[in-house]
Design a protein. Structure first.
Ligand SMILES: Cc1cc2nc3c(=O)[nH]c(=O)nc-3n(C[C@H](O)[C@H](O)[C@H](O)COP(=O)(O)OP(=O)(O)OC[C@H]3O[C@@H](n4cnc5c(N)ncnc54)[C@H](O)[C@@H]3O)c2cc1C
Length: 285
């Protein structure tokens, strides 16, 4: 349980951090909630850790031009307790509330969670339903990706060596939008066996926007496009919800582990999708 020895740097600015990372053999340390256990088990053995804790600019949450920008070092607690998010993007605040326990929420960060790309992490379900983007920065360059393109596979993202995730960008929620995140919790770890985020908007009695993001079910979190299409333009009746929920896991290869078989996960995805849709539609109405 003792990590291999490593060099440790705590830069004060983003530029300093990018220079340290430019060599390619340094790894970022954010909250340490996922990385440190891996190092202790020697499943990860970075030669050099670059701790981002002193870069205050990476912790801010701000709104401009219809978007909310969240610094990668904002903790789960920062998101859960943010008045800005609670009022302007409640689905993301709701997701943060479901993560781990108090200690994990106080130290773990949204940037660390997305970069770790655990297939059962909570944020991606809500962020996919929100159409989130992520900003990646390296010395002398930056790019913005849709979250779908950033999350490549289990524990794999599109970030290249030397690239830092600095910001997560989500839209300000529009009026008459209902949201809900429903999670089937694995009781020992707190992670999602299944997590479903629903975001729906109604106008003139019909659903004008339907977004469903799922986590915990497959190797990578995903949007349930067939279910969204079934809901679009419908009245959002109990039968519409039942039929849409039946589509969320119809064409996916589900994960299986000691906690849940693939067929159980697929079944629970439908149950939790129906719950999330009922709750979101009740709010939208
Ligand atoms: C007991 C326990 C329970 C948990 N329960 C849940 C849960 O219910 N739901 C859930 O979603 N998660 C859960 N987690 C995980 C938790 O959310 C972690 O906070 C998260 O996975 C990692 O965030 P971190 O800030 O601690 O990152 P770290 O552990 O510091 O880093 C994780 C990885 O991301 C990289 N990284 C970090 N920040 C950046 C960045 N800005 N740019 C590029 N790379 C970066 C690191 O190099 C490392 O590879 C749990 C963890 C524990 C220990």
């Amino acid at each position: 349980m003792i990590p291999q020895s490593f060099e440790y740097s705590v830069p004060n600015t983003l530029q300093e951090a990018l220079q340290l990372l430019a060599g390619g053999n340094a790894k970022v340390l954010a909250g340490g909630m996922s990385l440190v256990p891996l190092m202790k088990l020697r499943l990860a053995a970075p030669e050099h850790l670059v701790d981002l804790r002193r870069i205050t600019g990476l912790k801010t949450l701000s709104e401009s031009s219809g978007e909310i920008r969240i610094g990668a070092m904002a903790t789960h607690h920062d998101l859960d307790s943010s008045p800005l998010l609670r009022q302007r993007c409640p689905l993301l605040a709701e997701a943060a509330k479901h993560i781990g326990d108090v200690q994990v929420r106080n130290l773990g960060t949204i940037g660390g969670s997305l970069s770790h790309a655990d297939p059962a992490a909570d944020y991606p379900a809500s962020l996919l339903a929100l159409g989130a983007k992520v900003k990646l920065v390296r010395a002398g360059a930056e790019r913005t990706l849709n979250l779908e393109d950033f999350l490549v596979d289990t524990f794999t993202t599109a970030a290249e060596p030397g690239e830092l995730l600095t910001e997560i960008i989500v839209p300000v929620e529009e009026p008459k939008t209902g949201v809900s995140y429903q999670k089937m919790v694995q009781p020992a770890s707190g992670f999602a066996i299944v997590g479903v985020a629903a975001r729906v908007r109604k106008s003139n009695g019909q659903i004008s926007l339907a977004r469903l993001g799922l986590t915990g079910v497959a190797p990578s979190p995903f949007r349930a496009a067939a279910a969204e299409a079934r809901l679009q333009g419908s009245a959002g009746s109990a039968e519409d919800i039942r039929q849409a929920a039946a589509l969320v896991s119809s064409n996916i290869e589900a994960n299986a582990d000691i906690h849940a078989s693939a067929s159980y996960r697929k079944q629970m995805a439908q149950v939790y999708a129906a719950r999330a849709l009922h709750a979101a539609l009740a709010e939208a109405s």
